[in-house]
Design a protein around this ligand. Structure first.
Ligand SMILES: [Zn+2]
Length: 174
């Protein structure tokens, strides 16, 4: 996919990720996917275009539920392209294979290992979402969740060490 940064020159009704409009003059990320298919011996080519917010303002959840009135300070910003990409990676984990031998594991253990990689990717994603919340807004529940996720990640590390070893990419972030 081709990806580039641009300024929105015409309001986009729906961002490819959050489905909210991208307004005129806002910075956005554009993507173009080149596709081909073969149907009845005929090759068809077409492009699929994507538009994402580069900096979408995030408001507290409760503002949405009460139908915000008047100016409200956003609690953060997110890049819809980046968030969508992280989402994708969390369900399609890739293992670093450069510079080392392919693991020789029986099929069942390989599947088990892949399952653990997926679980961890999901947990890391959840942790990232919680870490976006500013400290002042964090509740005890959020803190407890973060601690729980941390220990779950540790458990997965123990499990995977018995299934071909701990991936080197895990070491730096626990
Ligand atoms: Zn968006």
């Amino acid at each position: 996919m081709d990806i580039w940064l641009t300024i929105c020159r015409k309001t986009v009704p729906k961002c490819s990720y959050c489905k909210e409009p991208i307004k005129l003059g806002e910075v956005m990320i554009a993507g173009r996917l080149w596709l081909t298919s073969k149907k009845e011996g005929e090759i068809r080519k077409w492009v699929k275009n994507f538009r994402w917010h580069a900096q979408r303002k995030i408001y507290p959840d409760y503002m949405r539920t009460i139908g915000a009135v008047g100016p409200v300070d956003p609690i953060g910003e997110e890049c819809c392209w980046l968030v969508a990409g992280l989402d994708y990676l969390s369900t399609h984990p890739q293992e670093e294979t450069r510079g080392r031998k392919q693991l020789q594991l029986p099929k069942k253990q390989k599947d088990e290992r892949l399952k653990i990689l997926r679980q961890r990717a999901r947990l890391v994603q959840k942790l990232k979402e919680l870490m976006v919340i500013p400290l002042a807004e964090q509740s005890e529940v959020d803190t407890a969740k973060m601690i729980k996720i941390g220990s779950q990640i540790e458990e997965l590390k123990e499990q995977i060490s018995l299934l071909g070893g701990v991936p080197s990419s895990w070491e730096s972030s626990g």
